[in-house]
Design a protein around this ligand. Structure first.
Ligand code: ZN
Length: 240
């Protein structure tokens, strides 16, 4: 029996949020997706979102009837507020305070709050996001306590119970591949390799065993390393 609540998945078209979408589709009777257009350099990500949704519907008929509307919110405002490597033509590098300059301060706080506003209107009471403490790049707005505090703030501020689910919070990249296989078998793993986007530079070529991208940027390296550990069946890839 599926959970009768409606879930709204923060869905970027990347590997992590695609696994979160599959996780939600395996649990909730009705699932919608929301994406954010904030002037990100790799706009190819926004195109991948729709392809991934179509491919999920095609490959998993049991999930197709649960997958509802997609929403894209215009967050050009974020590009005005931040000066980072994700929204400007700058090299990705570590900064003095230990965070990479891909960090958009408070981005996930904004994303979740806006998603909650949309969820309220759509009758959804579960927000699902791919935030993760394990492999994260030091982003404080990805931490479990940050998100638990935000769940309380949103639920109080909107005077309605709103649950924030983060199924990847304690998984590394190899375990995320394992979770994908558990949720949708090799069909889901193959779909993620072929159709999701991760590369910070926005490249879709060349095609590697782990997916498409430059193979050099931090996001590609993380994805490639996790996929290799997953394929090798290393302990790092096992789920408890
Ligand atoms: Zn890359």
């Amino acid at each position: 029996m599926a959970d009768s609540r409606t879930a709204l998945v923060l869905f970027s078209g990347g590997q992590d949020s695609t696994v979160c979408l599959a996780w939600a589709l395996s649990r909730f009777a009705h699932v919608e997706t929301v994406g954010f257009d904030y002037g990100q350099r790799h706009r190819v990500e926004l195109a991948c979102r729709l392809t991934v949704r179509d491919e999920l519907r095609r490959a998993f008929p049991g999930w197709a009837s649960r997958l509802g509307d997609d929403h894209v919110l215009d967050l050009a405002l974020l590009g005005q507020l931040s000066d980072t490597a994700l929204t400007r033509q700058r090299a990705i590098e570590m900064q003095a305070h230990g965070l990479p300059n891909t960090f958009v301060p408070g981005r996930n706080l904004l994303f979740l709050t806006l998603a909650a506003t949309l969820a309220y209107r759509r009758g959804a009471s579960v927000l699902v996001g791919g935030m993760c403490e394990t492999d994260y790049s030091g982003y404080p707005d990805c931490r479990d306590n940050t998100l638990k505090a935000l769940q309380v703030a949103i639920s109080l501020g909107m005077d309605t119970p709103m649950t924030v689910e983060t199924p990847l919070m304690w998984l590394n990249k190899a375990q995320t591949w394992t979770l994908a296989e558990r949720l949708g078998g090799t069909a889901l793993v193959d779909l993620i390799v072929e159709h999701t986007h991760t590369c910070y530079l926005g490249q879709r070529e060349p095609r590697h065993a782990w997916g498409r991208g430059c193979g050099q940027c931090p996001a590609c390296e993380l994805r490639a390393r996790g996929h290799a550990q997953y394929l090798a069946g290393e302990p790092a890839a096992e789920l408890s």
